[in-house]
Design a protein around this ligand. Structure first.
Ligand code: PEP
Ligand code: MG
Length: 588
């Protein structure tokens, strides 16, 4: 029986719901996986021999590297490889690996990885920077050994053939966008925050995910069974039988709640006293429209078009844009589809040469989003042309992200007018009266909401960025996850300010940040005056249940009480307790 006394339980930030169990694929440290962890008793001697042959090959490799380094760079560089040689030839280390193969029938890959990672972890824990760096040497040696052992059997991430759960230090939005959706069934990362784009993408892929776990990869070799609980933020490596039973129960329970919620699909989103609340979907990829239609979304409230760049890692052509938008709008012919112009920059940078300048310098306070579009007019105009052209096929609306001043908004609108003129001259069909909206996600835009409301057709509040910029807390950094809080009184006041400005100018206001996907915030948002939300598709059924379980009066009372509190912690507690009364089975 596979030993599981090594069960490890880790906690992080739950960012995409569901539970899944599967073999671990460790990314970054090891871009290939160990397909087989155990060998039969009969094969033990030949497996030990295979390990020794691989070890010899690695040593030959290192010796060659040492000679080249000495010749070309000098003795001190050759010495680096000499140290590697000493490490990998350490009799104690070799003995330990061979014992695991002989006594526990571990495959040489699994045994080598286990032992080298154990030492690497010990080095990391010694508290000295010099020794911590030796851990990197051990990871390097592990890679060399695995390369020899796996040879042709090495499985690249892009060529997966069976389901895995990905464990990584970090996944950039671009890497996440390129994950093999057929076989990656969940992921967990050491870094990352609640509304990091990687977390949002996990929602788009509809796979359980946990981020911000802290250091844990040195305890995993790859191939171990791992449970990812995206509801509670738990990651369990090598679970024991009792834990696996609990996992199966949780999965069955979630499934039955999901089934019940889905049965609400034909019903309208309205409160017990018939106040209509529209629930739109947020999407990153055109094929996500099915996730929205099958759950009865009222349309698309946010299409994050920058993923066209991230998925391909190249600049899309006008036709690429156009066909993506047509695909989305054809699923929602008579319902609104809000296309946000590209929001590239900060952590959303394509991994290609074309964008390399951006990668090294772009920060959350830098030349990102609309600022980048206004500096790169060719890029911006290409996208605007495609949106306007697609506009003739349905109710498409255009939205500018990260607007921070009226000047910026006016510039963006001017460029749009230029593009319309060009299309007119060329005789190309386009939508002339396209509604123009903006995201309110910078505190300056919230403060100036009344002025902005006179110049746009709608607002969409991007709480993910609004929280980060208001509280000066990086949305991707788990170290400040306690500060980064949607329930902070400053955020509630700001949302109310924007909603009031919208009501005054009679323009619709939506919240499209992750906050609106969390059922506990829904009564508050309705009570503040919001009648539209744009959410992660998988959240739609639960939100519908909340809408249909309250009255406007209840929502207003909950909001009034929340607005009277002065600590985020108390707001969260209050909202959770209220949700418990309204829809107890949504509290996990
Ligand atoms: C937001 O900032 O709330 C938002 C919806 O935009 P993104 O998450 O893409 O930055
Ligand atoms: Mg944003």
């Amino acid at each position: 029986m596979a030993p599981n006394e090594k069960m490890i339980n880790k906690r992080g930030i739950a960012v995409s719901p569901g539970v899944i169990a599967g073999p671990a694929l460790v990314l970054g440290v090891e871009d290939f996986r160990i397909p087989q962890r155990f060998v039969s008793v009969d094969a033990v001697s030949s497996e030990v021999a295979r390990f020794e042959a691989a070890l010899d090959a690695v040593c030959r490799d290192i010796t060659e590297n040492e000679e080249v380094a000495r010749r070309q760079l000098g003795d001190q560089y050759g010495a680096i490889f000499a140290a590697h040689y000493q490490l990998i030839r350490d009799p104690k280390l070799i003995e330990e690996i061979e014992t695991l193969i002989r006594d526990k029938c571990f495959s040489p890959e699994f045994a080598s990885s286990r032992v080298l990672r154990k030492y690497a972890k010990e080095f990391q824990n010694l508290g000295s920077r010099y020794l911590a760096e030796r851990a990197t040497d051990l990871f390097d040696l592990e890679k060399r050994l695995l390369k020899q052992l796996l040879g042709e059997r090495r499985e690249e991430l892009s060529h997966l053939t069976e389901p895995v759960v990905v464990l990584a230090h970090n996944l950039t939005p671009s890497e996440t966008a390129n994950l093999d959706r057929q076989f990656v069934h969940g992921f967990a990362t050491e870094v990352g925050g609640r509304t990091s784009h990687t977390a949002i993408l996990a929602g788009a892929l509809e796979i359980p995910a946990v981020v911000g776990i802290g250091t844990f990869l040195s305890s995993v070799s790859g191939g171990e069974l791992v449970i990812i609980d995206g509801n509670h933020g738990e990651v369990i490596i090598d679970p024991d039988e009792a834990t696996l039973d609990r996992y199966r129960d949780a999965k069955a329970r979630l499934h039955s709640v999901a089934e019940r919620l889905l049965s609400l699909r034909p019903l309208t989103n309205e409160t017990k006293d018939n106040v209509r609340v529209q629930i739109f979907g947020n999407i990153e990829f055109p094929d996500e429209v099915v996730h929205c239609t099958e759950r009865g979304a009222d349309g698309i409230g946010l299409y994050r078009t920058e993923f066209l760049y991230l998925e391909k890692n190249a600049e899309p052509t006008e036709e690429d844009h156009y066909s993506a938008y047509r695909q989305v709008v054809s699923a929602f012919a008579d319902r609104p589809v809000v296309i946000r112009t590209l929001d590239l920059g900060a952590d959303k940078v394509p991994a290609s040469e074309e964008f390399s300048d951006l990668a090294s310098e772009n920060t959350v306070l830098g030349l990102r989003s609309i600022r980048l579009s206004l500096e790169n007019l060719a890029l911006f105009k290409t996208q605007l042309r495609a949106i306007l052209r697609a506009g003739v096929h349905g109710d498409i609306r255009i939205m500018f992200p990260l607007i921070s001043s009226l000047l910026e908004l006016r510039q963006a609108k001017m460029i749009l007018a230029d593009v319309m003129e060009d299309l007119e001259e060329e005789g190309v069909a386009f939508r002339k009266d396209i509604p123009i909206g903006m995201m309110v996600e910078v505190p300056s835009a919230a403060m100036m909401a009344s002025e902005f409301a006179r110049e746009v057709d709608f607002f969409s509040i991007g709480t993910n960025d609004l929280i980060q910029y208001t509280l000066a807390a990086d949305r991707s950094d788990p170290a400040v996850a306690q500060i980064y809080n949607a329930g902070d009184p400053s955020i509630l006041r700001m949302i109310k300010m924007v909603v009031d400005a919208g009501l005054e100018s009679e323009i619709p206001v939506t919240v499209c940040g992750q906050m609106s996907s969390d059922p506990k915030f829904l009564p508050l948002l309705i009570g503040i005056g919001l009648r539209q939300l744009s959410v992660t598709p998988h959240a739609i059924p639960a939100l519908k249940e909340v809408v249909r379980s309250i009255t406007l009066e209840e929502a207003e009372r909950i909001a009034e009480q929340a607005l009277s509190l002065d600590l985020a912690r108390d707001v969260e507690h209050h909202l959770r307790e209220e949700l418990k009364k309204i829809c107890p089975d949504l509290i996990l």
